[in-house]
Design a protein around this ligand. Structure first.
Ligand code: TXA
Ligand code: MG
Length: 338
C-alpha cells in the first residue's frame, strides 16, 4: 500500500480514506494518532494489525464535541461535565461506562467502558467533523516504540501499512494525554499527562492516581500500562543532572559508546563529545517533554550506542508524566554512582 502525506488543506481526501475503512494518522497536541472510523469494526481491526498491538488493549475514541460522547455512554457524571468544561479540547482522556453494544469489542478490548478524548488540534477536529463519526486513535507508532511527535516518525513506523498521514508539523506537548477513569466511585488517574492531578483536583476535588501501583504481574486498570513501552535498542538510565560526568566515566570504562539526552546546561559539560551523542532536551521540563520521544528515536538510528543517559526532572506538574515515560523507557533503571 502506498502511504500518502496529506497537508491540512487536503482533509477531504483524508476523510474519504477513513470513510472507505482505511487508516489515516492524524495530529493532536500530544502525539500523532492512528485513525480509523470508530463505527467500522473491520477498519478498527486494521489498527491492531498495523501497530502490532495486542487485541486486549483498548483504543481511545476521539470526538469533535461533548455531545457525541453522550450518545454512547450509559452515564455522564457531573465529574465528566466539569472536567470536559475545564479541559476540552485538550490533553485529558476520560473513561466512562458505555451503553450496551455502543462500540464493537475491538474498540473497547471487551470492556464495558470506553476512553474518550477531544484533542486540541483544529485540523483533526475538522477531520472528525468531515467524517461525521468519531475516530479511534492509539498513538501512531509500532507497538512498544516511542509515540510519534512528527509525521516523519509515523512514516518511519507505518509506511506501506496505512493509507496516509495528515502532516501538521511537530506536536506541542509531546507526551500522551492524561487518562482518568470516571467509571469508578473515586476518579482515578491511570496515566499521567499534561493535565496534572492538581489541575484536576482544582475542578472536582480529591482523586486517586494508580500509575505507580502497576506491577508486572498485576492486571493494571489501563491495559496498555502492562506492555513494554518506549524502549529503544540501547539501555536507558535515568540520570540526575549532577551525575552525568560520573555516568560518562562509567560508560567509557565499559568501552561502549553512549549517548546523552539532557538539557543544554548539562550538555555544555561535554564540549568534545560528537554532536550525534548529545541530544538536547532544551532548557525546561516543557521542552524536555516535547523532545523525549524524538530523542529515543534518534538513538535507535545509532546502533553502536549501548547506553543512553536521560536527564531526571523533579516529579511535579508535567514532570510526573515525563518521569513516568522516561522511567519506562529505562525499564525503571536509574544511574547511581558506581
Ligand atoms: O494523547 C493520547 O492519548 C494519544 C493521542 C493519539 O490521542 N493516544 C494514545 O493512545 O496515547 P494509546 O492507545 O496509545 O493509549 C491509550 C491508553 C492505553 O494505555 C489503554 O490501555 C488505555 O488508554 N485505555 C483505553 N481505553 C480504556 C478503558 N476503557 N479502560 C482503561 N484503559 C483504557
Ligand atoms: Mg501508545
Amino acid at each position: 500500500m502506498q502511504t500518502k502525506v496529506f497537508q491540512p488543506d487536503q482533509l477531504a481526501a483524508a476523510a474519504a480514506e477513513l470513510a472507505a475503512g482505511e487508516l489515516v494518522a492524524f495530529p493532536t497536541e500530544t502525539v500523532y494518532g492512528l485513525g480509523a472510523d470508530a463505527t467500522n469494526e473491520a477498519a478498527v481491526k486494521k489498527v491492531y494489525q498495523a501497530k502490532g498491538r495486542p487485541s486486549d488493549n483498548p483504543l481511545i475514541v476521539h470526538v469533535a464535541d461533548v455531545a457525541t460522547v453522550k450518545q454512547y455512554v450509559a452515564d455522564f457524571p457531573v465529574t465528566a461535565e466539569k472536567l470536559t468544561q475545564a479541559f476540552w479540547p485538550g490533553s485529558l482522556t476520560i473513561i466512562l461506562p458505555l451503553k450496551p453494544g455502543a462500540f464493537a469489542k475491538t474498540v473497547t478490548g471487551g470492556l464495558n467502558t470506553a476512553a474518550f478524548r477531544n484533542p486540541r488540534n483544529q485540523v483533526t477536529l475538522d477531520l472528525i467533523k468531515q467524517l461525521g463519526r468519531p475516530i479511534v486513535g492509539p498513538s501512531a507508532n509500532t507497538s512498544g516504540k516511542p509515540s510519534p511527535t512528527l509525521a516523519a516518525h509515523v512514516l518511519h513506523d507505518l509506511t506501506g501499512k496505512i493509507a496516509g498521514v495528515v502532516d501538521d508539523g511537530p506536536t506541542g506537548v509531546g507526551l500522551e494525554s492524561t487518562v482518568i477513569d470516571l467509571s469508578t466511585p473515586t476518579p482515578t488517574i491511570l496515566r499521567p499527562g499534561a493535565v496534572t492531578k492538581e489541575d484536576i483536583e482544582a475542578v472536582i476535588g480529591s482523586i486517586d492516581a494508580d500509575h505507580h501501583k502497576v506491577k508486572p504481574d498485576e492486571i493494571p486498570k489501563a491495559p496498555g500500562m502492562k506492555y513494554k513501552h518506549y524502549a529503544p535498542n540501547a539501555q536507558v538510565y535515568v540520570t540526575a543532572a549532577a551525575d552525568f560526568k560520573a555516568a560518562a566515566s562509567w560508560a567509557r570504562a565499559q568501552g561502549e559508546p553512549f549517548g546523552l539526552m539532557a538539557t543544554d546546561q548539562v550538555l555544555a559539560k561535554f564540549p568534545v563529545l560528537a554532536a550525534d551523542y548529545r541530544f538536547s532536551l532544551g532548557d525546561s521540563i516543557v521542552t524536555a517533554s516535547q523532545r523525549l520521544f524524538d530523542g529515543l528515536r534518534h538513538y535507535d538510528q545509532l546502533p553502536e550506542v549501548k547506553f543512553i543517559f536521560a536527564e531526571e526532572f523533579p516529579a511535579v506538574g508535567l514532570g510526573v508524566a515525563y518521569m513516568n515515560r522516561v522511567a519506562k523507557s529505562a525499564g525503571q533503571q536509574y544511574f547511581v554512582q558506581k
